[in-house]
Structures are given as C-alpha cells and as structure tokens.
Write a protein that binds this ligand. Sequence first.
Ligand code: 7PJ
Length: 281
Amino acid sequence: MWWHFTNKQLDLTPPIKVMGIVNVTPDSFSDGGKYSSTELAIEHGLKLVEHGADLLDIGGESSRPGALPVPLEEELRRVVPVVEGLAKRTTVPISVDTTKAEVARRTLAVGAQIINDITALRGDSQMASVVRETKAGIILMHMQGTPQTMQKAPHYQNVVAEVKGFLAESAQYATEQGIAPERIVLDPGIGFGKTFEHNLELIRNLPEFGSLGYPILLGVSRKGMIGQMTGKPTGERLIGSLTVAMVAVYEGGCQILRVHDVSETIEVVKVLSFLQKKKSP
Ligand code: 7PJ
C-alpha cells in the first residue's frame, strides 16, 4: 500500500511509519541572542528526522480541548517559515496540521506535501479544491463537535460504527471533489469529541477501520487518555504512549503513528518487527 502526495509517494507496508510532531508555538522569546520560535521548530523537526521520522507534521493552531482558534495571519506567520526552512533542509515529507485552506495553499507552495485536516474538509469550503489542485496528500480525521465544544458531552450509540461511517462519508466527499483515493489517509481522531471509554473502544477496534480500504493514522501520543490511565501529567506520558503504540503495532490496523517521541517509538517498532509472527498468507 502506497500513499501518494504531490509527485511523491510513501510505502506504507510494514513496519509502521512514524510521523513526528512539530508544534510551532507563539514567539515569546525571540529577543537578542535567543532562538526564535521559527528556528526552534526547524531545529526540532531536523532532530526528529535524524531520529528516523518518516514524516513531519507541522502545526501552528492548537486543537487541544477548549483551545481558541488562531487568526489566519498569526497561523501563517508561525507555520510558513518553518515549513519553508524544513523543506530546504530535509527530503522527509512534510504535513501541515491546519483547517484553513489559505494556510494549506501557502505551505504547499513552499514545500509541504500533505494537509492534516482535523475537520476532514468540513472546516473551510476551499480546502478540497486546494488539495485537488496541488495533488497534496490529505489526512481526514473524525471529530465530534469543534475543539471548543468537543469534550462537553461526547455521545455515540456505537462509537466504532459511527466513526467508521463518518470516515467513509468523508473519503467519499473527498473523492467526489476530485481528490484521488490514493492521496487519502483516515484517522479516528483519538480525544476529539470522545470520552475515555470511546477512545478505548476505538483503539481496541482499530482493524475495523482498515476495511474502508484507506491507510489509517493514529494519534495518541501524550494525550489525555494516557494521563487518565497512568495519572501522569503531559510531560510524563512517554511510557503510556509507547505502550499504546506497541499495542497498535502488534494488533495491527494502522499504518502511521503520529508521535512526539520519535526515537523511542521507532525503537519499539524495531523490536516488535523481530518478535511478530509472520501472518499466514
Ligand atoms: C491529532 C491531530 C490526531 C491528526 C492533533 C495532540 C492534539 N491530527 N492533531 N490526528 N491530534 N490527524 O496532538 O494532542 O490525533 S493535536
């Protein structure tokens, strides 16, 4: 299974691919001799590539529960120079975590190849045409509600069936908009309008989503559900995150892991590649 984006492609046959997260935070200390947020983010991205990241995901808009939207100009100011800097210094495919078509357009113009849209093309009516015209890759994620409202009262009759149905519809919409199926990756959106139990149910049933015929991306790194299981704050969720990654790899059902801790995740993936039984044909 290959993922196509712009004029490139990535082999998604096992081992699982690791997408490294690069968050671009507001410039709070770009004075004098200190590094600016742009430089820090570029350095961080290059470090993740050195650690073996197969892809990078650059984000300038926090989608944490309750987070307020970032204005367009501010998001452009954060993300465009980081994408441009990284594209000049690495050949690793660059994804941009954004819901805005203009951010997608401007970052694809300076070297990004994939758009990671947590609204699955529903947030900005221009997003589908930007992706179609640039032949970018697209990650379509499930979310119930918006980042402002999603954790208020998540509700499902059958979370696995409903998320699966949503992803099927999203992929159908994308293809109707002229986006080729081989450019699409789907994501159940752990933590986006889900209770702890909903998240567990989705992770336990990941292989269900594979029957949609698209590659699956999973993001659990350092998320609230890890904290709920371990009682640890964000900065101390490495072991919990690796354990979920290990189960996702071992049980199968996803092709890409979106993580903060690239070298540690790759170590887990490597060890598992030796231990896993070959699936009978
Ligand atoms: C995800 C994401 C995810 C995709 C974030 C965080 C919150 N994009 N962006 N999937 N999570 N596709 O990393 O904790 O799970 S931001």
